[in-house]
Design a protein around this ligand. Structure first.
Ligand code: B12
Length: 220
């Protein structure tokens, strides 16, 4: 039997090699061994993505390889996602969240994980997809009576999209109505402070804690 560490390494390796069969089999092993699927994502699949991203920035890997790695990630997620969803125990909803990748950004793997984990954490989640305009975020928040707007940016070039949402909210006089949380590769707490967002989360698990804390504060 493979140890947990071996499983995580194998998940990472399957992404780097874009080996869907290996990704599928190893994800299945996560389920069989009752390993926390979120831990497997963070310590396995995402590690592999970091390696590919690193190679890409050094021009040792190219766009087709990135795309194949992303497809391999999705293959593993097809197996892990139902398992994450099955962990859901909360019946009543803790609040409503609209989430999306900001304008110009089509990266969705991390955003999808955050959406899944938020749902499991008891939130009603409206996923607006990728390349979402600032106005669409605000419009969807109004339409769904959201409590939180969650913005994902994977590139330094799309981070200004997060700032723009803050500006649109202010211009429309709606800033006080929603909590705004931000995340994604290049985003950090300093950026969140700079644009006046209510919180930053490094991982999907952080997103849940963040949303819970903010809404508990609200109800006080
Ligand atoms: C896979 C990938 C792609 C895939 C995306 C497929 C898909 N369906 O998503 C494809 C091939 C399409 C792609 C395209 C491009 N990419 Co790309 N891509 C990546 C890569 C390798 C991995 C991203 C990923 O999925 N990570 C795994 C997930 C699980 O992690 P995550 O997204 O960070 O999410 C976690 C946290 O950040 C957090 N989180 C995420 N969102 C949110 C939101 C909130 C509210 C919170 C609280 C938390 C949170 O929780 C998640 C789970 O823990 C990264 C490298 C990297 N290290 O990030 C480059 C990277 C992001 N890409 C990059 C680039 C340059 C591009 C392209 C411009 C390439 C090109 N020349 O065309 C295009 C741009 C497309 C566009 N307009 O958006 C650069 C960006 C550089 C920069 N300027 O900042 C990177 C950093 C690679 C590099 N090192 O150069 N890419």
């Amino acid at each position: 039997m493979m140890t947990k560490e071996e499983i995580f390494d194998r998940l990472s390796f399957s992404i780097v090699k874009a080996d869907k069969e290996m990704a599928r089999e190893t994800a299945q092993e996560v389920i069989t061994q009752k390993i926390d699927p979120i831990e497997a994502i963070e310590k396995g699949l995402s590690k592999g993505m970091d390696i590919i991203g690193e190679r890409f920035s050094k021009m040792e890997a190219f766009l087709p390889e990135l795309m194949m790695a992303a497809q391999t990630f999705d293959t593993a997620m097809e197996i892990l996602e139902p398992e994450i969803a099955a962990q859901k125990r909360e019946v009543s909803t803790r609040g409503t969240i609209v989430i999306g990748s900001v304008k110009g950004d089509v990266h969705n793997i991390g955003k999808n994980i955050v959406a899944t984990v938020l749902k499991t954490g008891g939130f009603e989640v409206h996923d607006l997809g990728v390349d979402v305009s600032s106005f669409s975020f605000v419009e969807a928040a109004q339409k769904n009576r959201a409590d939180v707007i969650a913005l994902s940016s994977l590139m330094t070039t799309t981070m200004p999209g997060q700032k723009e949402v803050m500006e649109v909210l202010k211009e429309m006089g709606l800033r006080e109505q929603y909590y705004v949380i931000v995340g994604g590769g290049p985003v950090n707490q300093q950026w969140a402070d700079q644009i006046g967002a209510d919180g930053y989360g490094e991982t999907a698990a952080d997103a849940v804690l963040l949303a819970r804390d903010l809404l508990t504060e609200k109800k006080k």
